[in-house]
Design a protein around this ligand. Structure first.
Ligand SMILES: *Cc1c(COP(=O)(O)O)cnc(C)c1O
Length: 359
């Protein structure tokens, strides 16, 4: 058995230790004689898995008491409708468009009210984060929406927008738990876990208590009401139990590594190996503007489509897989989430150096 360096944007690499532990527990979880997949979600064993996961996540992100943690289904994309359905009391929201995921969320919200695109970086193919220090926030906006890390374009908000007192809603799917964040700056932080935290099928929603109300838009399905899930502690119906169990193991893994400050240092060091090479290379160029660069997703090009193709083919043969960039940017993208070891990025860069010499 040999493992590859998987640079996929998602579903992405998980820590080897976590997979090994899960394999070890597959047939008999904790003396129960069954796997977590076969277990009642109402059992005390599963309740313990859920509570431990919630507590560990709260500790990792230092989540204040007035925020609830929900483990839901439907991926990040279902939140594109759940957010307006639950939050649009005045039927107005402001969106900052920094890429396709923000745009999709914006388009979905259009169904429910007046939605303003108050800033965008579409003019330069989303290669940067616009200045959001003094935007025309709508007087009666129910919230301001961002996609904090733009998976496709490799950009990240390094400073949060000034929302002028309106709740900030952030999609953090591709930067979740990659560094500490101050949750009190947000109304909602949410992310699909398949990028950086666990297996597809779980979305984590961290939501400020006062935003959970029964006053939602008409026709909001029961399954899409935050207050229903909050009241039931994410057990309104059968939750994505196995996914939550794996997320819980990843939380433990992050704690064992010393918490998110340490994880951030590691991620910075790791990303820097690739970025400093891109900055000095005569062949490869990073496509995101320097001041907006993501620690998690690194798109780059050679400027020659045939050479890009050749690079991806040769890299794949060497065990560096899923490096093909998103079709809207072209070229390559290395997603280097928490579970990608330093060694993976260092080996990729030495392969890139060889490729540059030979081409
Ligand atoms: C992948 C991704 C999504 C979509 O996630 P799904 O769980 O497939 O719906 C949304 N936002 C961002 C930032 C992503 O990277």
């Amino acid at each position: 058995m040999s493992r590859v360096f998987n640079f996929s944007a998602g579903p992405a690499m998980l820590p080897k230790e976590v997979l090994e532990e899960a394999a070890f527990e597959m047939l008999d979880y904790n003396g129960s004689g069954m796997s977590v997949m076969e277990m009642s979600h109402r059992s005390s064993l599963f309740e313990d898995i859920l509570t431990t996961a919630q507590n560990d996540l709260r500790e990792l992100l230092n989540i204040p008491d007035n925020y609830k943690i929900l483990f839901l289904q439907g991926g990040a994309s279902l939140q594109f409708s759940m957010i307006p359905m639950n939050l649009m009391k005045h039927k107005v929201a402001d969106y900052i468009i920094t890429g396709q995921w923000a745009k999709k969320a914006y388009e979905e919200a259009l169904t429910y009210g007046t939605v303003n695109a108050i800033a965008s970086s579409a003019d330069d193919n989303f290669s940067y984060i616009p200045d959001c220090s003094n935007l025309p926030i709508s007087e009666d906006a129910d919230y301001v929406y961002i996609c904090e890390n733009n998976t496709i374009y490799g950009t990240k908000f390094h400073r949060l927008p000034n929302t002028k007192g309106k709740p900030l809603v952030a999609d953090v799917s591709s930067c979740f738990l990659s560094e500490p964040m101050d949750i009190s700056n947000y109304g909602i932080v949410y992310g699909g876990v398949q990028k950086n935290v666990g297996p597809a099928g779980v979305v984590i929603v961290i939501i400020r208590e006062d935003l959970i109300t029964e006053d939602v838009l008409p026709y909001t399905p029961t399954m899409m009401k935050y207050h229903i899930h909050e009241k039931a502690n994410s057990l309104y119906n059968t939750p994505p139990a196995y996914g939550i169990y794996i997320c819980g193991k990843v939380f433990k893994w992050l704690k064992k590594r010393g918490g998110l400050e340490k994880v951030k240092q590691y991620n910075e060091e790791k990303a820097n190996i690739l970025y400093s090479f891109l900055d000095e290379s005569n062949l490869f160029t990073g496509t995101a503007r320097k001041d907006s660069r993501s620690l998690m997703n690194v798109p780059f090009i050679t400027g020659n489509k045939d050479l890009d193709k050749k690079f991806i083919e040769e890299a794949t043969k060497q065990g560096f897989v899923n490096l093909k960039g998103h079709r809207s940017v072209g070229g390559m993208r290395a997603s280097i989430y928490n579970a990608m070891p330093m060694e993976g990025v260092a080996s990729l860069v030495s392969f890139m150096k060889d490729f540059e010499k030979n081409n």
